[in-house]
Design a protein around this ligand. Structure first.
Ligand code: GRF
Length: 205
């Protein structure tokens, strides 16, 4: 047990979110995970949150079309403050975070990308598109990258990478499946080491 709170941000199926909650149950992750923020109230991650008694907050530009960037950031910051969030974990979150959230949580926001950055990233490079591009490029290995989030897509400092084998007869689905297994294994472990550092720094401040 530590006194940290993690918020997961997700837009999709939520298999990484599920793996993170499992790691929490198994004692690998010590922090509380009280909050899921999503831009898509119908996504699989929301169902997972409900099953696991995690609070869900739906924030989307569609709900707040008239707010400027600062005001829109404040919507996120109010919720994050209410839940005393120390670390933000993006797990298939399809939106760029508002800039004041990134500023306020500098080095406290991480993301996972299903390839070896800085390759196969940028606009349109998400989900199955990444694995298709990897196969089309004919590279012999792919992998996962866990990185800090800054104001540009996929450009923050890299924390961890692991190679994943590409097999001769892979298609994008089989490759995605293999890469996801690595994501589910290593994302919780990286979160577990970061929470130790954040917790240490917090108690020594
Ligand atoms: C994962 O491949 C992750 O690397 C990327 O988005 C996908 C999310 O999958 N950022 P899931 O919603 O966790 O199943």
């Amino acid at each position: 047990m530590n006194n940290l709170n993690i918020s997961v941000f997700a837009s999709g199926g939520g298999s990484n979110f599920k793996a993170i909650l499992k790691a929490k149950r198994n004692g690998i992750i010590k922090s509380n995970i009280p909050l899921l923020i999503t831009n898509n109230s119908h996504c699989g991650a929301v169902e997972i949150a409900k099953k696991n008694s995690v609070n869900v907050v739906h924030i989307s530009r569609k709900i707040y079309p008239d707010l400027d960037e600062k005001e829109y950031s404040q919507v996120f910051l109010n919720v994050l403050e209410e839940f005393k969030i120390d670390l933000i974990v993006l797990a298939g979150y399809m939106k760029l975070l508002p800039e004041y959230v990134v500023e306020r949580y500098e080095n406290k926001i991480i993301n996972i990308h299903p390839a070896l950055l800085p390759s196969f990233c940028g606009k349109g490079m998400y989900g199955i598109n990444v694995h298709r591009a990897v196969l089309e490029a004919g590279v012999k290995v792919t992998g996962i990258t866990i990185h800090y989030v800054n104001k540009e897509y996929d450009k923050g400092k890299i924390i961890f990478q692991k190679c994943v084998e590409i097999k001769e007869n892979d298609d994008e689905i089989s490759l995605q499946k293999r890469v996801l297994k690595y994501e589910h294994k290593y994302y919780p472990l990286v979160i577990a080491s970061l929470e130790k550092i954040i917790s240490y720094e917090k108690s020594n401040n």
